[in-house]
Design a protein around this ligand. Structure first.
Ligand SMILES: [Zn+2]
Length: 534
């Protein structure tokens, strides 16, 4: 029997209950109490929390952990100030690592709306002068637009004659030739030239990303790492890491399988869950992103008449795959940013569960552009809303221009969602945004930009307690784990974060500076700020 006592803390147990001492036994909370517990637990190894705050571990309901890890080895284009800056960063990456000509390179994070001058999309012409010989594949921060240089287009065999895949785009320049920009379903055409990733590459990426996650107080991530093209290798990597004790937090795998055939093969494989990971929902992609104007709207973009974004999966196809998953007892969640895509998924959920009981807890990821009646449908259908409040930091600068003031006024209505009793959980969609829960929490409760400024739609703020519940109990509920995660009560998993301040009471201006002192998963200290791990 392994046990430990944490005492002299300010412990939020969930459900409004507080205590100061937590007795952990064999990976679970054994008892909660106050100083009297210390006497009862005499002889049990103990940690004095010195008044630090303890919250149930953060549970991110949608991110891409493997991509976070991969990004640590890619060209970093976050915050690039211009297309020229992007090219310079690529050239610098190649020079520093002395990478031989011809080897394709991947980068991500650029966002034309963060450019210093005009928010123009970069093209191959911006990249070719500095990087002529290395194929460059540079994802926009959203992952829905990629810009390539001429070497990459050549290597992938993309010309003006290349057929454009359904739900994708190959942009042409004034000369009638591809200008290097690829959208959504056209991106795999060029991705195919990247060298095949090895098992060891995948394991290394997971290890790096897991270390980052636990350093920010995450104890579970619901991570979209299963894809049609390489899932057996990812499962093998997770099995090996799990067996070696190298997964410090819990993973729920969201499965982005492309076709009914791929889903069938995955289901037929009958994958057995590991100790620290389990198979989660089918993940469908219904549209693109707002920044790229590929989010699918029911009316024209206010700033681009004639454009309504992309429908990446028709209702019939989405329903076919959702029915297959549902019949197998599998949850379904769908990426839907525009109101047309949100409506499609609500229709799918209604078709699967017309009485609104939604036993498999199907839900919508992102839920950004919405009308008020859609939130009423969420409530009636008990549909989950897997939202990313931190997206507001950037999106509040574009949503009115993209959608018009009336539609913007009912969008990102995450306070309304909570008040209607909709099952809301919080995620960061990392690496789209940093996986740090503190930033996400701050945006949920203040609706202010991270760099400061006025709140956007302050009436859609939630209370601190509501935000914490969304990030803990809400996440647990989304993965059917509410009986053992999201609270610190006897019988629950000993998954928690020790913070240097209380997120429920810290002054607003100090919230963003909140530090994680330690992270405990299953009773094991998997991170401490001092660097020593138990
Ligand atoms: Zn995502």
């Amino acid at each position: 029997m392994k046990e430990h006592l944490y005492h002299n803390g300010h412990i939020h147990c969930g459900g409004g209950q507080d205590c100061s001492a937590l007795w952990v036994r064999d990976g679970r909370v054994f008892r909660t109490g106050n100083e009297e517990l210390c006497a009862e637990a005499a002889g049990v190894p103990a940690t004095d929390l010195h008044g630090a705050c303890v919250v149930p571990g953060f549970n991110d309901s949608h991110l891409h952990l493997l991509d976070v890890g991969r990004g640590l080895g890619a060209i970093d284009l976050f915050g690039a100030a211009s297309p020229a800056d992007m090219a310079a960063r690529c050239a610098d990456f190649i020079r520093r690592r002395n990478i031989p000509a011809g080897r394709p390179l991947y980068g991500n994070g650029w966002n034309q709306d963060k450019f210093a001058g005009d928010p123009v999309l970069p093209t191959r012409a911006d990249l070719d002068a500095l990087v002529p010989d290395h194929p460059l594949l540079l994802d926009r921060v959203c992952g829905h637009i990629m810009v390539c240089n001429t070497a990459a287009l050549k290597a992938a065999g993309i010309t003006a004659e290349t057929p454009v895949p359904e739900g994708g785009g190959i942009d042409l320049g004034p000369d009638g030739q591809p200008n290097g920009l690829l959208r959504d379903n056209a991106i795999p055409l060029v991705r195919a030239i990247l060298p095949e990733e090895s098992l060891e590459d995948i394991k290394a990426a997971f290890v790096a990303a897991c270390a980052r996650a636990v350093s920010r107080g995450l104890t579970t991530v619901q991570t979209c790492d299963i894809r049609s093209r390489d899932w057996p290798l990812v499962i093998q990597a997770l099995r090996e890491l799990d067996d070696a004790g190298l997964l410090p937090l819990r993973l729920v795998l969201q499965c982005a399988l492309d076709t009914p055939e791929d889903l069938r093969a995955f289901l037929d494989a009958g994958i057995q869950n590991g100790r620290m990971w389990k198979v989660g929902p089918l993940k469908l992609f219904l549209d693109g992103s707002l920044g790229a104007r590929t989010a699918w709207l029911r009316r024209d973009y206010a700033d681009e008449p004639g454009q309504r974004g992309l429908c990446c999966l028709s209702y019939d196809k989405a329903l076919t795959m959702a029915r297959m998953a549902d019949a197998a007892g599998m949850q379904v969640v769908a990426h839907a940013i525009g109101d047309a895509a949100v409506e499609e998924m609500l229709d799918v959920i209604q078709a699967l569960s017309p009485d609104g009981s939604n036993p498999h807890r199907h839900g919508v990821v992102h839920c950004q552009i919405t009308t008020r009646d859609q939130w009423d449908r969420f409530a009636a259908l008990h549909a989950g809303a897997l939202v990313q409040p931190v997206f507001l930091d950037y999106d509040h600068t574009i949503v009115t221009a993209r959608c018009g003031a009336d539609l913007a006024a009912t969008s990102y209505a995450f306070g309304t969602a909570v008040r209607l009793g909709i099952p809301v959980s919080y995620g960061t969609d990392a690496p789209v945004e940093d996986l740090d829960p503190v930033r996400n929490f701050y945006c949920a409760v203040t609706r202010r930009p991270l760099a400061g400024g006025d709140p956007w739609q302050p009436e859609e703020c939630v209370t601190r307690a509501q935000a914490l519940a969304c990030y803990t109990e809400g996440g647990a509920c989304n993965e059917f784990a509410e009986a053992e995660k999201g609270k610190l009560l006897p019988g629950y998993l000993a998954d928690f974060a020790v913070l240097d301040g209380d997120p429920l009471t810290l002054p607003e201006e100090r919230l963003l500076k909140m530090q994680v002192l330690a992270t405990v998963v299953g009773g094991q200290e998997v991170y401490t700020a001092s660097g020593t791990q138990a």
